[in-house]
Write a protein that binds this ligand. Structure first.
Ligand SMILES: Nc1ncnc2c1ncn2[C@@H]1O[C@H](COP(=O)(O)OP(=O)(O)O)[C@@H](O)[C@H]1O
Ligand SMILES: [Mg+2]
Length: 464
């Protein structure tokens, strides 16, 4: 019997699963101190298990539904290893399962399930903690996936992490989270070094520190980032800007944990966790990106890509409210009225979340009184782009054509929607969550809409 505290999970069995498997699963998990309960028809919280005999389309649909396309953790269990031949495992993962394996392919499957489950529960608890929830806002599937992986890698490994993403997407915020979640005993400070500010004439003194008199102006000896980060975390921001000579020296420090101060012959030891960020593709073959491959593999044991705000528009309003709240310490937080919400959702954010944050503060400066934030609070100079941003010029001829051939408003609306859905799905290789994100609707809304389209098509066909 497993002596860890008991825990519970939900499970569901696909139609093609043998009848006896349910009892096998329940009994085996019980021995691992896990109480398995059939899934309620109501959406269940937390991780669970889906069992199946063959990974049919129905099984993938079930995984998609119960995992909410990957938002909830689902472990998919095939009853026999034959079921996962021919690359079927990837299909199940693509449908939203967090992991998949066959019951008869491992020695003690219940122990494997229990270990995964306990880990996922612990990570979910961290995600729900005030530390994470109150500081890292956003509930879009894309953002949650990034956050969940970052939390897990930060807490359970000491791997160097490379965070990529456009400017203002929250890379530094995630780097700070990695340091906070790090459980090293007697952990020391987080040292932030912006690689765009490293002056070549100081020979990397920002990194290595220097002895007195090492170069003109070095009137006293100083510690550099490697010394300061010893026992803590070194965050190298914009690491892609690092000059080639310093790249070679950094590689050495990461490999050997030793370095010399500028002007000194003595080796010093240092031991830090490394987190790097960049808005460039460091693996690009573009000759303008001079980034050493060997260094890349050292700093990117684990990489995390933070999507731009335009790919997670469902985070815009929660973030806007969060920033409004930060700016109103003593009074109640005003809401955003419908027109302003529409403006916020449709606007371009070249600087991503930083842009949104600055915009919200401009709205808040202008806002007066107890009512909601209204369009008049938007600075005049910022109203125009939205008004001209509409795709009127290109859409007008198509609508004129539809009107000319007698289409009414209802037909035009549904034609436009159907076309948008078809294009978004084609652009995203039929991936419903990504297409839904692009269309700014929930996965479920898109699935329902597709189902309605299909039944409409069948009706049209039988009417013919
Ligand atoms: N998910 C988020 N929740 C709350 N604030 C965020 C979030 N992401 C970014 N921010 C805020 O947006 C600004 C830009 O984030 P930052 O981490 O500096 O971006 P980057 O390093 O990618 O340029 C910061 O003020 C940060 O606090
Ligand atoms: Mg930054």
């Amino acid at each position: 019997m497993d002596d860890r505290p008991p825990t519970s999970l939900w499970f569901c069995v696909a139609g093609n699963c043998p009848a006896h498997f349910k009892a096998t699963l329940i009994d085996a998990l019980q021995a691992a101190n896990v109480f398995a309960q059939l899934r309620d028809p109501q959406p269940a919280a937390g991780p669970g298990v889906v069992c199946f005999a063959t990974p049919t389309d129905d099984v993938c649909d079930l995984v998609r539904e119960v995992s909410r396309s990957g938002v909830e953790r689902v472990l998919a269990i095939a009853t026999s290893r034959r079921a996962l031949d021919n690359g079927s495992a990837w299909r199940v993962l693509q449908a939203g399962a967090s992991d998949v394996f066959a019951w008869d392919a491992v020695d003690n499957p219940a122990a494997v399930i229990a270990a995964r489950l306990r880990r996922w529960q612990a990570v979910d608890q961290l995600l729900q903690s005030p530390l994470v929830r109150n500081n890292l806002v956003g509930r879009s599937p894309a953002w949650l996936a990034v956050l969940r992986q970052t939390v897990e890698v930060a807490r359970y490994t000491d791997a160097p992490i490379l965070i990529t993403g456009e400017t203002g997407t929250g890379k530094e915020l995630l780097a700070r989270l990695v340091h906070t979640l790090d459980l090293r005993r007697s952990k020391r400070d987080l040292i932030v070094l912006d690689c765009t500010t490293i002056a070549p004439e100081l020979s990397g003194s920002e990194f290595f520190g220097h002895e007195r008199g090492a170069f003109t102006g070095a009137v006293t000896a100083r510690d550099g980032a490697f010394a300061l980060a010893d026992g803590g975390t070194l965050f190298l921001d914009e690491v892609g800007e690092l000059p080639p000579t310093l790249q070679a020296q950094l590689l050495r420090v990461i490999q050997e944990h030793t370095y010399k101060r500028v002007g000194s012959n003595t080796w010093q030891r240092t031991d830090f966790r490394l987190v790097c960020a960049t808005n460039r593709d460091l693996t690009s073959d573009d000759s303008r990106v001079h980034f050493r491959r060997d260094l890349y593999y050292r700093i990117a044991s684990w990489t995390c890509h933070v999507p731009p705000l335009r790919e997670r528009t469902s985070d815009i309003m929660p973030l806007a409210r969060h920033f409004a709240q930060q700016l109103t310490s003593d009074r109640s937080v005003p809401d955003f009225d419908a027109a302003v919400q529409e403006y916020l959702l449709k606007r371009d954010y070249a600087g991503n979340i930083r842009d949104l944050k600055q915009l919200v503060s401009r709205l808040m400066y202008r806002h007066v009184g107890p009512g909601p934030i209204t369009p008049g609070d938007i600075p005049e100079a910022e109203r125009a782009p939205f008004a001209t941003d509409r795709p009127d010029a290109t859409i007008e001829p198509a609508i004129r054509h539809a009107l000319d051939r007698g289409a009414g408003l209802k037909e035009i609306r549904s034609l436009a929607e159907d076309t948008a859905i078809r294009l978004a799905l084609a652009d995203e290789d039929d991936n419903v969550p990504r297409a839904a994100r692009k269309l700014g609707v929930t996965d479920r809304a898109l699935q329902l809409r597709r189902a309605a389209q299909r039944s409409q098509a069948i009706n049209d066909h039988t009417d013919d």
